[in-house]
Design a protein around this ligand. Structure first.
Ligand code: NAP
Length: 913
């Protein structure tokens, strides 16, 4: 027979409030009063707020007794509610026996251990510290002992090795405890609640862990006991250890995130001394390793120094990051305001170490935080910045930095670097000249530099830092850390937004970028604007769109009868990617590769060509403004034989994206195999055939034929290296080409009327002279150019035309990579032969055909062995179309959806159910 209970709830906290809410759903129960702690400042305990919202009388006593005697006025108020049962879900106060026995049915109490084990105030901690295999809770009838009263019910769960005080509370003790309290009340109401006397067998009384002296970690014990002690106090209050500093001083810290460690030797570890530990501990890339007395290891992931939580691996890096310490009074007021915003969202008191997400915040909370902070402080703020600074102190630091920089944002003065001012094109442009590693510009080891020469006047433009093997390693380590750290926190969609923001910044700075490109590489300014920079921006926008559309498949494999099987694939980023690029389109080559690489979720370092690294460095500056976390993008100007080789050889680089010559590509592929069998994609040289049939639109064929060779002064990988012109139109074709060449404007690439600028650098220029001399020596007919542009300083090479070129000549087979048109004739009756000749090359990058006959065109497309085929057009590339060669022009695609695959790996997951 159910009794109508009159319940007094005595306690505090969310746990008690949830118990109250659930009790109120039971109509046979009446809560006649709630007794809780007084308000802290203006903040009321959540139990009081919940009770008031249900019109339940609330009493707030600072204490129930004085000098061991119950306070009469308190007793009187308690008695006034006429409770028949006291319920103590979680109570930190000492309740006098007059109250415990003051209800007719007595008092039932929640305790977070399986009594009689772990009696006392810190039962959950001790469950972990003692290495118990099960955890649980008890609901017992309170008596005058410490957790000694008869048991009403108990519940238990297995303890997992990953459990901490936080996790066991959140996953089991809290949710199941609330339900069990309500059940216990129901059992009392129905008269079915037992009173099972506790045995004294196995009873323990454990010290209270809220005393600081009990929180000190004893390092003179086994690794397992060290680990259990740390997780028993994780996350509140944290186990205390003392670091003995090199200068003899001591620093008390708290340790969190411990686990037993058995992964073997660690890389690049640094020694650290802990008080009470005879051997040194080691700070390594994944934490702090402590050896127990049994020789086993514990790894600690996070350390709290003062009020700041850091990753243990960053112990020695603190000097590099200078947290703000000189807060103004106004900023300290802002700290209070910010704390209030966090508190309102998280509904808990905010410590310096409060982690927004660990405190239970979700994506809507991020939006709310960003909006409230923007409104309160008038600062630009993006959602992903919350993910990058999730701890209150870090977030406050970020806020103050942003406020100090001014709310306008986007100013290059934010990033400090050494550089030079390029005065060109009616502009003054600051250009960095240092390496870019881990989000900062810095000098190369031993201050080594490269000379950067302006090809238009052969003068020294500036000196740029030249990366060594050690610098390359530094960049790889930064990319590695970012890949497993900050970059992982950025969701795919946010990644896309960062890329779009970067593209917008490139657009805003496109004239600057095109000017730098023009001065550094000799690219004609108008072309640089449209292609070198324009297509770079397109690439970032195109791949930004892919970020949140990368997905695997579900695959119908054979079921394992009688069970079923689910098989699906995941497309995952590869990790740290090395990118090595040539000098012909410096920023565009960077963008083609890096945009796909970053969209797929990798981190990277790029070694641009040593002759023109300047746009890559300006780009690095923009990447900081766009908000990319440190280490995601690193730029290493340097020599291929040294910095480039170091990237290819590095064991932590998992993928190499290379564009350059075939011999270097072959060499690099060997390095990729020998180092760590890293995946590689190679975009190499070409000698692309262009076949022009007599039935073509001749005007168009001449226009595109010219551009197929002379576009970007021939420094174009898909340039037509050989033209086969049908004998019936050969002479007319040559005549028209020569006519156009005679009127081509050669000169300063910054001049808007210029069509042909200087070659990229001297070594290349000299090679072109040699190439032409070989052609003449072999008997080819030089009909135009073949030499330096007369009376001009700079690497200006005459656009050149050779005719009567035989198939076995050097110039018919080898790539010039310059403005040299190589023309051979063919007879229209012998299409098979011209196809054979067109395919008789080791390369297979691009090809083209001009004809009005669709069958001829499609036959050509079928039979040509090249990665790109142009019909009645040339050089028509697009960021959405895959680009890459066959044969010795390499493998793996840049651009288009296929490029993403180059920077991803496929994982296949099979589940039986
Ligand atoms: P390259 O000599 O092969 O150099 C390309 C890049 O590789 C440069 O950054 C170079 O550094 C670096 N490098 C050189 N040796 C290396 C090594 N041992 N380890 C790692 N990196 C090394 O080519 P390039 O002369 O700059 O460029 C012209 C070639 O690129 C032509 O053959 C052209 O066809 C080809 N290309 C192909 C494509 C395509 O998409 N298929 C596009 C553009 C260009 P340094 O700066 O120190 O030389």
């Amino acid at each position: 027979m159910a009794t109508n209970l009159r319940i007094a709830v005595i306690g505090q906290s969310n746990f008690a409030a949830d118990v109250l809410e659930q009790l109120l759903e039971n109509s046979s129960v009446k809560v006649v009063g709630v007794f809780t702690i007084p308000d802290k400042g203006s903040r009321e305990d959540i139990l009081a707020t919940t009770a008031a919202s249900h019109n339940i009388p609330v009493f707030k006593f600072a204490s129930w007794r004085r000098k061991g005697v119950a306070l009469p006025e308190v007793l009187e108020q308690y008695k006034s509610v006429g409770a028949t049962l006291n319920l103590l879900p979680y109570c930190s106060q000492f309740i006098p026996m007059e109250v415990i026995d003051g209800a007719a049915l007595g008092s039932i109490c929640y305790h977070p251990s399986i009594l009689p084990r772990h009696r006392g105030a810190s039962a959950i901690s001790w469950t972990l510290i003692e290495g118990d295999e099960i955890a649980g809770f008890s609901i017992f009838w309170a008596d005058d002992g410490l957790d000694t009263g008869p048991l009403l019910l108990t519940r238990q769960t297995n303890l997992e090795p990953t459990d901490t005080l936080d996790s066991i509370y959140k996953r089991f003790l809290y949710p199941e405890g609330v339900k069990a309290m309500v059940l216990a009340v129901d059992m009392v109401a129905k008269g079915t609640a037992p009173k099972i006397v506790q045995t004294e067998v196995g009873a323990t009384y454990d010290p209270a862990m809220f005393r600081a002296e009990n929180q000190i970690l004893n390092l003179q014990q086994s690794a397992e006991r060290i680990w259990n002690f740390i997780r028993g106090l994780d996350s509140v209050p944290g186990a205390i250890a003392t670091v003995l500093q090199a200068d003899g001083s001591e620093e008390q810290v708290r340790l969190f995130g411990a686990h037993l460690y058995s992964a073997g030797p660690v890389r690049a570890a640094q020694e650290i001394k802990l008080k009470g530990l005879p051997k040194p501990a080691w700070v390594h890339e994944n934490g702090l390793l402590i050896e127990g007395t049994d020789g086993q290891l514990v790894n600690v992931r996070r350390i709290k120094r003062g009020s700041k939580m850091i990753n243990a691996c960053d112990w020695f890096k603190l000097a590099e990051h200078h947290p703000i310490t000189d807060f103004t009074e106004d900023e300290l007021v802002k700290r209070t305001d910010l704390s209030a915003i966090w508190q309102a969202i998280l509904k808990q008191s905010i410590e310096a170490s409060t982690d927004f997400f660990a405190a239970g915040a979700g994506s809507m909370d991020v939006v709310r935080l960003v909006e409230e902070v923007k409104e309160a402080f008038d600062v630009p703020l993006e959602n992903e910045q919350v993910f990058m600074a999730p701890v209150f102190e870090e977030f406050f630091d970020l806020l103050i930095r942003t406020l100090r920089q001014g709310s306008s944002g986007g100013s290059s003065s934010k990033i400090s670097y050494e550089g030079f001012t390029l005065k060109a094109n009616k502009r003054e442009i600051r250009v960095p000249t240092q390496l870019f590693i881990n989000g900062v510009f810095l000098d190369a080891e031993k201050q080594r530099t490269l000379d950067i020469i302006n090809p238009t006047n052969e003068q020294l433009l500036c000196k740029v830092a030249c990366a060594s093997v050690a610098d390359a390693d530094k960049a790889v380590q930064a990319a590695h850390k970012a890949f497993y750290g900050s970059w992982k926190q950025v969701s795919a969609r946010q990644r896309g937004l960062l890329m779009l923001r970067l593209a917008d910044l490139m657009e805003q700075h496109k004239e600057e970028l095109a000017t730098i490109e023009s001065v550094d590489s000799g690219a004609v300014y108008t072309l640089a604007l449209k292609t070198h920079i324009g297509m770079s921006i397109d690439a970032w926008r195109y791949f930004a769109g892919w970020c949140d559309k990368i997905q695997g498949n579900t695959i119908p494999v054979n079921p394992a009868r009688p069970n079923n099987v689910l098989t699906f694939t995941r497309k995952e980023p590869i990790g740290v990617c090395g990118l090595i690029t040539p000098w012909n389109y410096p920023l565009m080559m960077l963008s083609w590769k890096m945009a796909a690489c970053i969209a797929a979720g990798n981190t990277c370092l790029i070694k641009p060509a040593q002759t023109c690294p300047l746009t890559a460095l300006k780009f690095a500056e923009l990447s900081v403004l766009a908000g990319f976390p440190p280490g995601v993008i690193n730029v290493l100007p340097g020599k291929g034989s040294e910095a480039g080789q170091a990237v290819a050889d590095h064991g932590l680089v998992n993928k190499l994206g290379f564009t350059g010559s075939t011999p270097v590509g072959q060499h690099i592929m060997k390095s990729c195999a020998a180092s760590n069998l890293k995946k590689c994609s190679l975009e190499l040289g070409g000698k692309s055939p262009l076949v022009i049939f007599a039935d073509c639109d001749l005007d168009k064929a001449v226009r595109h034929g010219m551009s197929s060779v002379f576009f970007n002064k021939g420094e174009n990988c898909i340039a037509a290296g050989r033209l086969f012109v049908e004998d019936r139109i050969h002479d007319e074709f040559v005549r028209r080409v020569l006519k156009d060449l005679r009127t081509m404007t050669i000169g300063d690439p910054l001049n808007r009327s210029t069509a042909h600028g200087p070659q990229n650098h001297k070594a290349h220029f000299d090679k072109l002279i040699e190439f032409c001399e070989t052609g003449v020596a072999e008997g080819a007919k030089l009909v135009y150019g073949g030499c330096r542009v007369p009376n001009m300083k700079g690497y200006f090479f005459m656009p050149t035309v050779f005719t009567d070129v035989a198939d076995d000549m050097f110039i018919a087979k080898e790539e010039s990579f310059g403005p040299i048109m190589i023309i051979s004739k063919f007879n229209g009756s012998d299409v098979d032969s011209v196809m054979l000749r067109a395919n008789r090359t080791d390369y297979g990058l691009a090809s083209g055909v001009f004809t009005k006959d669709i069958s001829k065109a499609l036959n050509f497309a079928d039979r040509i062995d090249a990665g790109t085929v142009f019909v009645n057009v040339y050089n028509k590339t697009d960021v959405a179309a895959p680009f890459g060669g066959f044969k010795q022009s390499g493998f793996g695609k840049d651009l288009g959806q296929e490029a993403l695959n180059e920077y991803m790996k496929t994982k296949c997951v099979t589940i039986e159910y």
